[in-house]
Write a protein that binds this ligand. Structure first.
Ligand code: MSP
Length: 638
């Protein structure tokens, strides 16, 4: 029997952006569905790629003295490499500068032009270079681009237009008649609101003299295609010519997954373009929300861009995949914080799931010699577990239809909790004490392991690596991919007699000390961060002076502190310094140091410190700040 086909896409990312968690979010979300559908037995096509034409790319390449093509050849690798690291299972990777893509774009343009769907007209408007979009006077926000608030320039030129406006009624009907077409519902209403106003035709060209880096129009080589008209076609150019697309069985796509900022371009431009070409719009366009970081928009100037590569090193791939989809309902905005990530990793992954696997595999070794036992028929105590599993599996299948990732994970965790409770209630450690108990123990151990196998299959799309490791520990002979969702339709897929492996921690806990270190490093002020800069006046408030150490002795019961008497010209100060690990008191006497003279006195180990000595270093070696010549005492340091 031929397999049912399933097609899912991510937006194609601007090639000169540095990949961040926002990009990773869409791609991971699409990957989870692609993996799930494969487990359900579908032939899945999962597409991602890079958007490589346009003014910004051209400018960046010019700045580097590279051709735009050379530049994008390098840059797109950053996305490809990140997707490999994040275990993204895309079927192909489309670049808009590839021949296969350019060919279809030009063919479509030619066809639409021949059919009269594209015409030439003069055009005057306000152009925003960073957004590569024209705006009308009334669109502007205080004279600036309404989207990025930057300056716009007035441009008058001849251009080509796609007759988008004529599809307005058709599009409104399409959206109203199919509640699944644009999701979530709130975004669907926004699109309908946008369509309340007359829909204008779409300017789909740019003069080549102004913007050479684009796909030339086949019917007028003096112009290149507008980036969005070019980029949107990526979703079909991957499948070949229009005939091949129709024959591929992969169009219409099941999901075009996008961020909320690019919903209009998809719901309106893309759907009407497809209509004009004679293809169906995608079955669903889903607009997810945006991530902020500690309440702020991610931006290079704020230096708060969260880099997935760094997160992978700190927390592991699966923890990140889990966190991004568990923390916030898909469709709503969310705020990223390392603290929340550590919290979820420790509680959900290490404590709940990780521990469940660990205790089960360890008990299997202890009570069953590491062999999956044959269970007896289910009794009343087993039923809540098997019933819960059935309920969770059915609900998860349903929730995938809504892309409700956080609910899917919540639901799966109900089974994690029920299994932990099942073990606590049945108490294998007590059963092991009597002969009768030992018989029952086999069923309890089997059920616990089987529940974990079900969890492994359900969680595999989210955490592909950890769940395969889980499966191996349980002694399963085939991979989750081979087992598929079908293997959990009925309880009992785990084969009695298989050998479990040594228990291995799936998710190491981030201990408090390590967590503190990670969080402290993150909150360190960054060099260019405007908020952490001080004025010269503020700096001048700190009174720095030279002083000569007259006396030095170790503070009793302290490993670090040395008590100093320092002559600062006008007076002698008693100062405590945490330098005992690096200096002996006798080496210090006679040295000239720099002290903060107007620091509020503070007591350390019951001794008053009337200032602070400047030194460089951290917990390891500490070096006192000093001078290459003797400056004398009480001299101001600036
Ligand atoms: N190249 C266009 C898309 C063309 S699709 C035919 C583009 N690229 S982008 O790189 O700017 O954005 C790609 C995706 O990343 C968008 O879906 C966008 O919503 C998403 N995100 C970018 N920053 C984001 C967050 N901070 N949070 C979540 N997603 C965000 O637009």
């Amino acid at each position: 029997m031929p397999q049912d086909k399933f097609y899912i896409t991510t937006p194609i990312y601007y090639v000169n952006d540095v990949p961040h968690i926002g990009h990773a979010y869409t791609t991971i979300a699409a990957d989870v569905v692609a993996r799930y559908k494969r487990l359900e037995g579908y032939e899945v096509f999962f597409l991602t790629g890079t958007d490589e034409h346009g003014q910004k790319v051209q400018q960046a390449a010019n700045d580097l003295n590279l051709s735009p093509q050379e530049h994008t050849n390098k840059l797109h690798q950053r996305f490809k490499e990140l997707w490999v690291r994040l275990n993204i299972s895309n079927s192909d990777f489309i670049r808009t500068t590839e021949e296969r893509h350019k060919k279809l774009v030009r063919n479509i343009l030619q066809e639409l032009h021949s059919k009269g769907e594209i015409y030439q007209d003069s055009y005057e408007g306000w152009y925003c270079t960073p957004c590569e979009r024209f705006w009308t006077e009334k669109d502007l926000a205080q004279g600036n681009c309404p989207e990025c608030q930057r300056k716009v320039e007035k441009i008058k030129e001849h251009n080509y237009f796609f007759r988008m406006g004529k599809y307005q009624e058709w599009l409104i009907d399409r959206i109203k008649n199919d509640p699944h077409f644009i999701l979530p519902a709130s975004r669907r209403n926004e699109v309908l609101g946008f369509l309340d106003k007359p829909l204008e035709d779409l300017c789909i060209s740019r003069p080549r003299s102004r913007l050479p880096w684009g796909i030339p129009l086949p019917f007028d080589e003096e112009y290149v295609t507008y980036v969005w008209f070019d980029a949107l076609i990526n979703y079909i150019s991957i499948h070949g010519s229009l005939e091949e697309i129709k024959a591929s069985g992969f169009w219409p796509a099941d999901h075009n997954m996008v961020g909320k900022d690019i919903l209009t371009t998809h719901a309106v431009y893309w759907s009407t373009m497809l209509k004009a070409i004679g293809l169906e719009p995608p079955k669903n366009i889903f607009a997810h929300g945006w991530w902020t970081v500690n309440g702020q928009k991610m931006s290079k100037s704020l230096q708060n861009v969260v880099e997935p590569n760094q997160l992978i090193e700190q927390f592991g791939v699966d923890a990140i995949r889990y966190f991004l989809l568990r923390e916030v309902p898909f469709g709503l905005d969310g705020d990223f914080s390392h603290k929340a990530l550590i919290g979820r990793l420790n509680s959900d992954l290490a404590n709940n799931l990780g521990n469940l696997l660990n205790r089960t595999v360890n008990m299997m070794k202890k009570y069953c010699g590491g062999t999956i036992p044959t269970p007896a028929t289910a009794g009343p105590e087993d039923e809540p577990l098997t019933t819960k599993a059935e309920e969770v599996i059915a609900e998860v299948r349903k929730l995938y239809g809504e892309l409700a990732y956080n609910k899917i994970l919540q639901k799966i965790w109900e089974l994690v909790d029920t299994t932990n409770q099942y073990i606590d209630k049945t108490g294998p450690w007590n059963l092991a004490k009597t002969d009768e108990g030992k018989e029952r123990l086999k069923t309890v151990m089997y059920n616990s392991a089987e529940s974990l196998r079900v969890l492994g299959v359900l969680l595999n799309p989210f955490m592909p690596t950890s769940t395969e490791s889980l499966m191996k520990q349980l002694g399963a002979e085939t991979s989750i991919e081979d087992q598929g969702m079908i293997s959990i339709n009925e309880w009992g897929g785990l084969k009695p007699g298989s050998q479990t492996q040594k228990a291995k921690q799936l998710f190491p806990r981030i201990e408090d000390k390590q967590a503190k270190k990670i969080l402290d490093e993150l909150s360190e002020p960054k060099e260019d961060n405007k908020d952490s800069q001080i004025t010269i006046d503020e700096f001048m408030k700190v009174e720095l002076k030279t002083g000569k150490i007259l006396e030095a002795e170790k503070v009793k019961k302290s490993k670090k502190l040395i008590q100093l008497k320092v002559d600062i010209g006008t007076e002698t100060r008693q100062i405590l310094a945490g330098i005992a690990g690096s200096y002996e008191p006798e080496d210090l006497v006679g040295r000239t140091v720099i002290i903060v003279a107007n620091l509020k006195p503070a007591k350390l180990m019951g001794i008053e410190s009337q200032g602070m000595v400047l030194a460089a270093g951290n917990d390891g070696k500490i070096l006192l700040a000093g001078f290459d010549q003797e400056p004398g005492q009480g001299i101001q340091v600036r």
